[in-house]
Design a protein around this ligand. Sequence first.
Ligand code: ZN
Length: 176
Amino acid sequence: MFFDRAEMDQSPDPDATLLHAPFMGAALRLAEQAVALGEVPVGAVVVRDQQIIAAAHNRRELDADPTAHAELLAMRQAAHRLGDWRLEGCTVYVTLEPCPMCAGAMVLSRIERCVYGCADPKGGYLGTLADLSQQPGLNHRFDVVAGVRADEASSQLRSFFRALRARRAAKRVKRD
Ligand code: ZN
């Protein structure tokens, strides 16, 4: 099943969870908004000096854009806002472990840290399939905190896909 294995692997220390939980909460609320728009529920915020400077949810369907992932959109927004492509001192909070593209963008933008919710066994590049944050040879490394409010993030995703499967099954029954 989807995120079960990853959930078992994750046990962030309690202090990290306490520190990061409120910002992850903001990302989870954005993910919830995405559901109403028919998007896979992934939300992200960028935080600098304990303030949210950018926020986005997944918009792949809305924008018909395969790269419109929550954390990538939030990082773009943050760079605009700062007037600088370097996101030094920034932490990206995202409900699902970033894919290779987004993890790559985190290297390019030189973020300080990524905090994510549940792991993605099918695409996660910050510890699951690979770890771009500590890739030898790349010119930037950053901290990763995994598993913050992972249960909430994975249950959002699971219920989204459960509803999607139910709708598809209902359509098939109608046609028959
Ligand atoms: Zn991505």
